[in-house]
Design a protein around this ligand. Sequence first.
Ligand code: ATP
Ligand code: MG
Length: 448
Amino acid sequence: MDLEIPDNILHVLEALDRSGYSAYVVGGCVRDALLGQTEHDWDVCTDATPDEVKHVFEDTQIIDIGTEHGTVAVRSGGDLVEVTTFRSDGAYADGRHPDQVTFESSVEDDLARRDFTVNAMAYSPVRGLVDPFGGREDLQAGRIRCVGNPDERFSEDALRIMRALRFASVLGFDIEKETAAALDRQRGQLNRIACERIREELFKMLLGNDFVAIALAYRDILAVCIPYIEKTFDFDQHNPYHAFDVWEHCVRSVAFAPADDPVMRLTLLLHDVGKPETFSVDEAGIGHCYGHAAVSADYAQEICRHLRMSREDTSRLVHLVRYHDFHDPETMKQMRRMLAKHGLERTRDLYAVHWADVQGMKPPEVPIKMEHIERARQLLAEALEEDAAFSLADLAVDGKDLKELGYPQGPLIGQALSTLLQQVVDEELPNERDALLAAARTIFTESL
Ligand code: ATP
Ligand code: MG
């Protein structure tokens, strides 16, 4: 069996081989190459120590990126290639980092410290595939299985719990029975892991094709990492529009959100998190959650903080959750109002959320009426085409024009511009300079 390896990586392997060391590509790149995916960072492992690696590549650019862990980066063909000395990890007192690492001379020892069998294979064009834990068979069977005793592996480093779910979601794999049982038993250990590392895995997991199955089967693990979601589990909505409980609805809606946008996918996962708290049943026995979007947005804000999300991602997500429950504009005037309120980007985002939300209400085989959304999307396209004014920047006059009319520096200028924009959006005024200046004069006179 031959794996296709890029030339600059082959060059690194050959240079180490020529100097009498053994060298392999290892880990995720071997897994993905066996799956026929070549877009991957290639990692190299070797029995050469970091100093020996530096010596072999002394004529090449070398960057020290963690000699204590045995890793050196070698520039090859314009890329930096990470070369790591075979190592084993000592005890993990803190459930996160090995207390010490020891350099090893055999590739098998290095593979034994890795998390899952599919990630614990090495390959060299000279020596072939090294696969001591049956990774290739698990890859063919579509199975995530720990290397060694799963309870021990997850308590050594609890991030592996999230990695198991992430690989299962992205690769569309099952989790082997013993590994799955240990995931559940060890899930509390996730509390020891830094939230930003959890977020990184969660974001990758959200983009996986199999996210729905994983999030339904392993919801108790996600509940350790994401505050407030547990209340949505099995929460019956008593509403004919909804076929699922709140959690399942949210999870299913994620699958209809853009596949490359983790913030949008997390928005869908959290968009109804405030429903249980706002739930009431009317006389006809129908459930309602009045005001749930605002409550969900407050919870979402806390969740973003817990996950150490950036300010920008947080503000986008919270905005989308807060306004997700809108009525589709039916007229151009309503559409312009929506654009004036949210801006173009957010309006587009709100439509993506809305679309996914509605799709996630029923099983895929039940047809859902999407005409009203289609109609609103068409209105949005038309509004953009006719270049309708929807923000202060688009207004045909600005603050400078108002000052020339005699407005004093101060808040009156901003207030007047907002009033003018409102009138343009409501079609009481055309977005034309002369008309706007005349209206501005009237506002000014009335303010005196
Ligand atoms: P991707 O790069 O697509 O996220 P990957 O498998 O390459 O996937 P990395 O985080 O880049 O994942 O790690 C590279 C390799 O290092 C893994 O394939 C695995 O063998 C090993 N590894 C990474 N993280 C851990 C961990 N927490 N515990 C044990 N082994 C790990
Ligand atoms: Mg990688």
